[in-house]
Write a protein that binds this ligand. Sequence first.
Ligand code: 4AD
Ligand code: MG
Length: 465
Amino acid sequence: MEKIRRSTVRQLLAEGAQAVGSKVDVKGWVRTRRGNKNVQFVALNDGSTIKNLQIVLDLSKFDDEALKPVTTGSSIHVQGTLVASQGKGQSVEVQADELEVYGTADPATYPLQKKGHTLEFLREKAHLRPRTNTFGAVLRIRHALAYAIHKFFNDKGFYYFHTPLITASDCEGAGAQFQVTTLPLDSLPLNEEGRPDYTQDFFGKMASLTVSGQLEGELGATALGCIYTFGPTFRAENSNTPRHLSEFWMIEPEMAFYEIEDNMDLAEEFIKYCINYALEHCKDDIDFLAEHFDKDLVERLRFVVDNDFVRLPYTEGVRILEESGRKFEFPVYWGVDLASEHERYLVEEHFKRPVILTDYPKEIKAFYMKLNDDGKTVRAMDVLFPKIGEIIGGSQREESYDKLQGRIDELGLTGMEWYLDTRRYGTVPHSGFGLGFERLVLFVTGMQNIRDVIPFPRYPNNCEY
Ligand code: 4AD
Ligand code: MG
């Protein structure tokens, strides 16, 4: 073939009428082929957009043999002329002159034959599902949100701070960590107490995958002012729900000199910015998902962007739940860790908008949160969203060395000397939060299951690919 610069489908559809008459070169995967004995139409997709480019193959130029391998899933290279389209559904199409087949996809075995596979079926084929319209849309939106997050923080003067994935501390204290070891599990070296001898392990002590970058993030914030992390985190809780993954990505901003109100303002501005970015930059993909899965999607996204979040103390929230007269599956009382059904009642039925719940009982929150003057509650803030429940968890941090040390002793935590140094030397009021990236993607795409918004999900009993 002649040397012509390749265009993506997205470029050609964007240029549209202006480029009509030019010679073009496109490459991609065949979505469908249909037609009659004079002309065949290929819907070509190259991943650059949800839209397909129509390739017109005139059978006076291409014989049956040449077209035989052009089946759903095969990969092709086409050169031809961009022409105004006669058919409906597209403004331009390519009148092909040259065709090269890179790779065939045997129709007898290629799993993505027909349209309308169920999401459950596609989860079984997660290695190929990025090729479908639905997952293409989700993954492009995921990308746009990741970019928006970096842009938001960079524009605000926050620094992207890299925290370790392998750690010897348990940030959330929930005991849901995956252990990292090179000790031989079938012949464990034991110490005098008959316990595994971690001094012989790779790091000379017990180590795990991190559940959060926050503690190291605080080291960054107390040096650089405002930082954020954006990386994978790992939790070994046995939660088989549509909102939990064993490996998920978290964004954790941490800000010196921020009090809880500043923290809430930032969280609200941040999440609205991300949703708005997606509305502005992912219109085709969002419209596709809205049409196929969730008619109210765009309205719901706009509603969140356009309205103030409710800010409410936990104690008030519990009172509303108790007075609701609703029979919840899990009982509600002051001190209980709210379940998703309680959070969603407040958001979807009572207030009908996102809620930031604050000042939780200290017993149900992590050790590092700042104690309120009542001695019972801490300056926590959870952002609760429609359809999702908790999307952000955060707090003002305890900056008093004595109080923090007291709490660490109470809970019997060890190995925290390095963390306590932030309070020992030049301590400052500071705050931060964690946004679960997949929960944000779940909300923006309107998908129902968190396993469908990450390319290769990890959950109990599933570690394929
Ligand atoms: O509320 P979490 O546990 O908070 C922290 O880890 C703090 N260190 C954050 C901070 O203050 N820097 O988790 C934060 C968010 C949750 O609100 C939720 O969106 C998400 O992380 N998350 C999960 N997402 C998917 N799967 C799981 N198993 C998740 N666990 C938490
Ligand atoms: Mg939480």
